[in-house]
Design a protein around this ligand. Sequence first.
Ligand SMILES: Cc1cc2nc3c(=O)[nH]c(=O)nc-3n(C[C@H](O)[C@H](O)[C@H](O)COP(=O)(O)O)c2cc1C
Length: 175
Amino acid sequence: MGVDVFKAIFERRSVRKFRSEPVPDELIFKIVEAGVWAPSAGNVQPWEVILIKNPETKEKLARAALNQGFIAEAPIVLVVCVDLEKAGWAYGERGVNLYCLQDSGAAIQNMLLAAYALGLGGCWVGAFYEDEVKKILGIPRGFRPVAIVPIGYPASKPSKTPRRRVEQVVHMEKF
Ligand SMILES: Cc1cc2nc3c(=O)[nH]c(=O)nc-3n(C[C@H](O)[C@H](O)[C@H](O)COP(=O)(O)O)c2cc1C
């Protein structure tokens, strides 16, 4: 706690090298709580988070994620899922195909910022075979895994990543 929000936004980097030191559950729950406080369409909160510590399961997830080995090296791995039914009840097709992905994205970013604020690091992993991840974790029908988020104490400080300049991103309304 206690890190300025702008510092967290600007200084957070994807961490892909972890110390083996375990992460206390209390900190993981704090991180997930930060996710839960993200905005969601209609406050539906369509997310579910699976916590994985078992080395064999982590290995399987790393394989399902195109052999991204660093996943297995993190002391804890979060798999963020969305409840498609919940999303659909509230907002139909738009809920399923747009809002729940935006909702979970906001939650994942909150979790990454919270991890940073707690001296931890993580990486948003989106490249994986969904069906394999569902099989490995026994995720029931109606739920979609949207991100794998390995978390741990960073083994090194990742280098800065480039960003487009604000002037390139902003388009002034034409009158
Ligand atoms: C939707 C999404 C999917 C991503 N998938 C992966 C991934 O599969 N593997 C990986 O190493 N990083 C992945 N990343 C992390 C990005 O590579 C990283 O955020 C970007 O390069 C900027 O670096 P930074 O996070 O250090 O600022 C993903 C990020 C997002 C938002």
